[in-house]
Design a protein around this ligand. Sequence first.
Ligand code: TYD
Ligand code: MG
Length: 462
Amino acid sequence: MAKDKPTYVCSECGGNSPRWLGQCPHCKAWNTLVEQASEPNATSKNRFASLAGTQAVQALADIEASDVERTPTGLEELDRVLGGGMVEGGVVLIGGDPGIGKSTLLLQALDALQRAGQNTLYVTGEESGAQVALRSRRLGIDGSRVQVLAEIQLEKILATLAAHPGGRPLQVVVIDSIQTVYSDALTSAPGSVAQVRECAAHLTRAAKASGVAMVLVGHVTKEGALAGPRVLEHMVDTVLYFEGDTHSSYRLVRAIKNRFGAVNEIGVFAMTERGLKGVSNPSAIFLSQHREPVPGSCVLVTLEGTRPMLVEIQALVDNGGPSPRRLSVGLERDRLALLLAVLHRHAGVACMDQDVFVNAVGGVRISEPAADLAVMLAVASSLRNKPLPRGFIAFGEVGLAGEVRPAPRGQERLREAAKLGFSVALVPRANLPKKAGRELEGLTLHPVERIDEALDIVRGLP
Ligand code: TYD
Ligand code: MG
């Protein structure tokens, strides 16, 4: 048999190439291809052999639709993003920056599950058992019956899963983290793409076969993607991301993918000395407190998942050098460039020679285009050094032609703003409530259709 040639795998996207290249042919990232000795591969012949035993074809209507059973973790905010709780045989990948609280959250969840009678196992590859114990004391969960295994070798972990620690089949397992797990059967180094991918595949298969709910913890690269192959995201059922500013105490957990629930649902936590506490009413936590309105600040109502939240957008526009900078935290930078172009072309507000910095307060990441109007108003306000009125909010998407488009579920957003005592709202005309007219629960509504109109209205407000 011919000797297997090495293949090259991209550490960003997991794509293959038969030879080394400076740039990945799949995701176009530079310098990411690493050598991987080809693993003994299933030949096409025995792949079909394994398919030969598959079930007969059935009409969709004849297949019984069984709803998955969920086990609530006891942490309400986590259950919300999971779609109700852990699912038997379901695999969850949870990513986030180091130190953001992944291990803390999972230890708390496991303890709550164990107390509810589940058989749980925490596999730690980054910390020793003693360190985990120390953390559990800090969390105030001493006397916890969660089983801990300090192990990084895949085969030993799989053997432990099969051995039913605790005297009965395991129900929930956490692997902290998948990047530390390695298999002896592979020649590549621990932490390499091939290792992470293979180990995750084995663990996923073990979870599906035994019905244990599994959580894999993954590291995040500087760019914010889960380190190692993106293929991990395809393998698992649910992908959660931890976000938030490590300097502030609030943390968001967001579902990026969920086969068992809605995506883009978020859970909100506050980091305290005794671990993470759920924040059940998060709508006002991303506002900073100004005694008087300040230039460059505009509050927006975003709708993340099912809950509206108020987030302050801050902009600073200042004289730039020959190549002015555009920087955004919590918002897409490309989107900012686009909005500045629209602002210039359709509203005559020019920032070409200015540095523009934009920030969403509190480390939240906003991906919905409904933030456009607030970003543009904050930029214009900073440029003119004129604050927006007291108690002002705005939301709406702005198109390339300068039109202001409606945001989904506008009424809910307006109600939330009214509830928190805001008094003036600039909204897309199509979001104007049909019955309420220009007034909604103490909120005066100013409908707009175009960005220049929006700036005119703001200028006319007291
Ligand atoms: P950790 O869960 O170790 O983060 P990750 O696993 O994502 O790397 O979180 C550690 C951080 O949380 C650390 O900076 C200390 C802080 N922390 C608290 O503030 N309170 C606590 O009760 C615990 C356990 C940690
Ligand atoms: Mg950790």
